[in-house]
Design a protein around this ligand. Structure first.
Ligand code: ARG
Length: 470
């Protein structure tokens, strides 16, 4: 058991208390960030003449040595330390002696942990944007390759109007594009450095907070030291963005599961992304999609957990806030893994184009177009709606589609129908005439694709300054 704060105490903590209090088993993830923040801190302390040049050099060399040794496995982060901050400081002092004890000058673990977590999340935002980019690329390819792959579109899970696979994939493209934008916004808003806030009331040393902030690529220092150590808003926003990513993935998964079912057979999931049943030899299950759908609850849980942890906390730091880490780390791992696997599955899916087109041709997905046809011949829309309603009833009775009714029979329902109606209600016409921006017609899809290609070309090039590696 190694603690940084023994002076005031007459006893060591109980083992169970130590274990309950310790965060090292999970905050060891923040090792790199802890070292980076400590280096920036001592470089600033020397610039401000709070440490001598020799002390700074010794500390920086010591920290770099620790980082090297942990990276290459010569030094393991062991459980006798209370947290990652204690580990770094204790090992540093063991290695370089008294100078190591000066590392924590003008700093508290409260501003230190706030900094470490911000550095970590900032990097993970960039990583997450990268995995989202891969998915956006897959969706872009699908859009370009399936401009005329016709399928039924649904409302209330009932066939509604025909659309294309490109259009359907384009809907998800927009969702993940917004997710990426959201991450970008969060990065911008959170990019203020808490270091130098001390326990909560700043310090009496003449720190240069703008300097440390700029060393680590922050926009600037935070402006209220009490807020800076108490703020976990950026985690809540980040988890909310991740929950939204999962909500999108989960809806997509649900569609993949439906489309892959025996009833739809719109798609076939690649063998490499399916699993079998231990009892039913014929089964090929969409487990990846089901697991992604299932793991969504876990990520929502992380968001709710941090929101609930924070809701009753008086300012400033409270130990409750240590609970922000495990759920956040778990959510990050889960979302990255889900995005990665979902993307792999999506890339290898084959679309059963004939089945989709056949499905789009029944279920009266062209009923709206039949009504529009009448409108174009001068019938008021409400009357056209009613005429086609009667026509659908007639078709149901005859067990055929609108295009299966001969013209003379159509004329008994409305004499406005002419021979050109068959072309007007064909699957191809129904889709290709939908040319408002955002609609599935080929020309409007191509317009949206061109705009989205621009988006991909500029993707995160305006990323807020990347963290500088010391
Ligand atoms: N492990 C702590 C956390 O994650 C670090 C901050 C400790 N500060 C304190 N005053 N005990 O929040």
């Amino acid at each position: 058991m190694a603690q940084l704060w023994g002076g005031r105490f007459t006893k060591l903590t109980e083992d169970a208390v130590f274990a309950f209090n310790a965060s090292l088993p999970f905050d060891k993830r923040l090792f790199e960030q802890d070292v980076e923040g400590s280096i920036a801190h001592v470089v600033m302390l020397e610039k401000q003449r709070i440490l001598s040049l020799a002390e700074k050099d010794l500390i920086v060399k010591g920290l770099v040595g620790i980082r090297e040794d942990v990276r290459n496995g010569k030094l393991t982060i062991t459980q006798e330390h209370e947290d990652i901050h204690s580990f770094v400081e204790t090992v540093l002092t063991e290695r370089i002696g008294n100078a190591g004890k000066k590392l924590h000058t003008g700093r508290s673990r409260n501003d230190q942990v706030a900094l470490d977590m911000k550095l970590y999340i900032r990097q993970e935002i960039v990583n997450m944007a990268g995995v989202i980019y891969d998915l956006l690329e897959t969706l872009m390819n699908l859009m370009e390759n399936h401009l005329t792959t016709y399928m039924p579109g649904f409302t209330h899970l009932q066939k509604a109007q025909p659309t294309t696979v490109a259009h359907h994939m384009g809907a998800y493209f927009e969702m993940f594009k917004r997710d990426s934008d959201r991450l970008h916004d969060i990065y911008r808003r959170m990019n203020y450095c808490p270091l130098g806030s001390g326990a909560f009331a700043g310090t009496t040393y003449p720190l240069d907070r703008s300097y440390t902030a700029s060393l680590m690529g922050f926009e600037g220092p935070s402006l209220n030291s009490m807020d800076a150590v108490s703020d976990r808003d950026y985690l809540i926003e980040f988890l909310s963005a991740l929950a939204t990513v999962m909500m999108h993935l989960s809806r997509f998964s649900e569609e993949i599961i439906l489309w892959n079912s025996n009833e739809y057979r719109f798609i076939e999931i690649d063998d490499a992304y399916s699993t079998g049943s231990s009892i039913m030899p014929q089964k090929k299950n969409p487990d990846i999609a089901e697991l992604v759908r299932g793991k969504t609850g876990r990520v929502y849980g992380a968001l709710l957990s941090v929101l609930t942890t924070m809701k009753g906390l008086p300012l400033a730091y409270n130990k409750d806030m240590q609970e922000d880490k495990e759920v956040t780390f778990d959510a990050i791992d889960t979302v990255k893994q889900c995005l990665y696997l979902f993307n792999g599955m999506l890339k290898t899916i084959s679309f059963q184009e004939d089945i989709m087109a056949a499905s789009a041709m029944n279920g009266f997905t062209n009923a709206t177009d039949a009504a529009d046809y009448l409108v174009n011949k001068g019938v008021p829309f409400r009357d056209a709606h009613s005429i086609v309603g009667r026509l659908v009833l007639y078709c149901l009775d005859q067990e055929t589609a609108i295009e299966g009714i001969p013209l003379d029979e159509l004329k008994t329902i409305s004499d406005v129908f002419e021979a050109d109606v068959y072309e007007a209600v064909s699957l191809r016409t129904c889709v290709e005439k939908r040319l408002t921006l955002g609609a599935p017609g080929k020309a409007s899809m191509q317009e949206a694709i061109a705009i989205n290609k621009e988006f991909l070309a500029r993707y995160w090039t305006k990323a807020p300054s990347a963290p500088r590696t010391t």
